[in-house]
Design a protein around this ligand. Structure first.
Ligand code: PLP
Length: 486
């Protein structure tokens, strides 16, 4: 149906429908037949690049040709995050309604910089973030904004924490070459995410100005160590300005004692940011809401629905009771951005570094409505049950040992080899062999110097059969390696 008449240079509506239907069919089949693909791309570096032309095409190409290359060049280089065997990192698995919301967002292609530029985007963001806040049982005065990821959210939190020390006038005068500005100190635990350091780099705080607080043997920040560090720093002329606590650390999902940390922060007038990027979602389940104990005292809080709430990346929900401080940090309105409604509406551009903003709230809206809060709770509850079940299997098998508590659905473990002397190397080999099967994909971390394999149950398509299958593969590969080692 090649139509020579153009539609303002774009595809004609007929062509759009033809390929649109074809693409939706393609996506539906892809999601249905995901098991036919290896979850982890089984290719070498350069394999995709080498199949693509070095220069852009001067002449138009058909959608048929583009789709053919998706199948033949792109697909072999895909690691399939939507594959049910994806149990690595913290997943971002996309549900049908989440994918459709993304499609609609692309079609609208709005820029939600201020209310006027798209009132629906602004007001839907306000409403769905208020829904999510209620689902998490966070206080009513927590005001929300969507950023692109946990790293951005934390960077914005650190910027707001610095602006909270308004008397330093860093917004206007900067930090360098000013003897009157004390060295600012930021605190995180040994297990705090690397995005905290990146935020400090970006904002000119500097990596050396981050103090790493020791953890206990369950990988949780030790509050007394934090208090000691703050006191010591004050004595030495530092200005403590921000603590980042974590609910659900990346390696093991350990949960810092936020309640106690918050009291130390209040006492010292230090901003507390809570990074609950992955684990925060679990707090929607009533019997797990306790993981957010103390978060009501935080100055900012982040949870990423794109990690465990079944929507395509990128949706990171940031909350703060200090809406005005966040605005003071980032608002800069040039004449061309002023609108008649400025005094009565939210202009989200005032609360972050982004001016242009995607219609991300559609994904939250579609997903929450399609599943309902009860539906989401049921899926999460099952993940949490499966995580516990897998942890029990590890605990009951003498060939394996658990390396961290499993408070949620992430299990950290390693195998014990009878033949290999280097246990770290053995476990790395084991993980690579498991991943080579293409059926499941696991990732690793190091805990107390031990190579640790992580299995995460957080996928929209997870079920007990899949977790059992993963366990069978892990045991089979372990046996194979041990026999070879014998
Ligand atoms: N914080 C924690 C605890 C994380 O586990 C992650 C990523 O997994 C991040 C922050 C970074 O989130 P994002 O990838 O959305 O920037």
């Amino acid at each position: 149906m090649e139509n020579t008449k153009t539609n303002n240079n774009d595809m004609t509506p007929e062509e759009f429908k033809k390929y649109g239907y074809q693409f939706i069919d393609w996506i539906a089949d892809y999601l249905k037949n995901m098991n036919e693909y290896p979850v982890l791309a089984q290719i070498n570096p350069g394999d995709v690049k080498n199949k693509l032309p070095k220069t852009p095409p001067a002449q138009k190409e058909s959608m048929d040709e583009i789709l053919k290359d998706v199948n033949e060049i792109i697909m072999p280089g895909m690691t399939h995050w939507n594959h049910p065997g994806f149990m690595a990192y913290f997943n971002s698995s996309a549900s049908g309604p989440g994918i459709l919301a993304e499609l609609l967002s692309g079609a609208f292609n709005i820029n939600g910089m201020n209310w006027k530029s798209c009132p629906s985007a602004t007001e839907l963001e306000e409403v769905v973030l208020n829904w999510l806040r209620q689902m998490l049982k966070l206080p009513e005065n927590f005001w929300g904004i969507i950023y692109d990821g946990g790293s951005s959210s934390t960077m914005h939190a650190i910027a707001a924490a610095r602006e909270y020390k308004q008397e330093l006038e860093i917004r206007t005068k900067g930090m360098s070459g000013r003897n009157e500005v004390p060295r600012l100190r930021l605190y995180k635990s040994e297990h705090g995410h690397s995005s905290i350091d990146k935020g400090a780099i970006t904002l000119g705080i500097g990596i050396e100005c981050i103090k790493i607080i020791e953890c206990d043997d369950e990988f949780k920040m030790i509050p007394t160590k934090l208090e000691e560090a703050i006191n010591e720093d004050i004595k030495n002329g530092w200005l403590p300005f921000c603590v980042v606590g974590t609910v659900g650390t990346t390696s093991s999902t350990s949960i810092d004692p936020i309640d106690e940390i918050a009291d130390i922060c209040k006492k010292n007038n230090v901003w507390l940011h809570v990074d609950a990027s992955h684990a925060g979602t679990a707090a929607i389940v009533p019997e797990y809401n306790h993981i957010l104990k103390g978060c009501e005292k935080a100055d900012s809080f982040v949870v990423n629905p794109h990690k465990w709430m079944f929507m395509p990346i990128d949706v990171s929900a940031f909350y703060t009771p200090h809406q005005e401080i966040l605005k003071r940090t980032f608002s800069l309105v040039h004449e061309y951005l002023k609108t008649a409604q400025d005094n009565e509406v939210i202009n989200y551009m005032d609360y972050g570094i982004q001016l242009g903003r995607r219609f991300r709230s559609l994904k939250l809206w579609f997903v929450i409505r399609y599943f309902g809060t009860e539906g989401i709770i049921n899926i999460l509850r099952e993940h949490l049950r499966l995580g516990k079940l897998f942890a029990e299997w590890i605990d009951n098998d003498p060939n394996f040992e658990r390396l961290a508590p499993a408070p949620l659905s992430t299990v950290c473990f390693r195998a014990i080899s009878k033949f290999e002397t280097d246990i770290n190397q053995f476990n790395e080999k084991l993980m690579n062999e498991i991943n080579k099967t293409g059926t499941i994909f696991l990732s690793h971390t190091k805990l107390n110097g031990k190579f640790t394999i992580r299995l995460v149950v957080s996928h929209i398509r997870s079920n007990e059969e899949l977790v059992k299958q993963a366990w069978q593969i892990i045991k089979a590969k372990y046996n194979e390696l041990n026999i070879r080692g014998n």
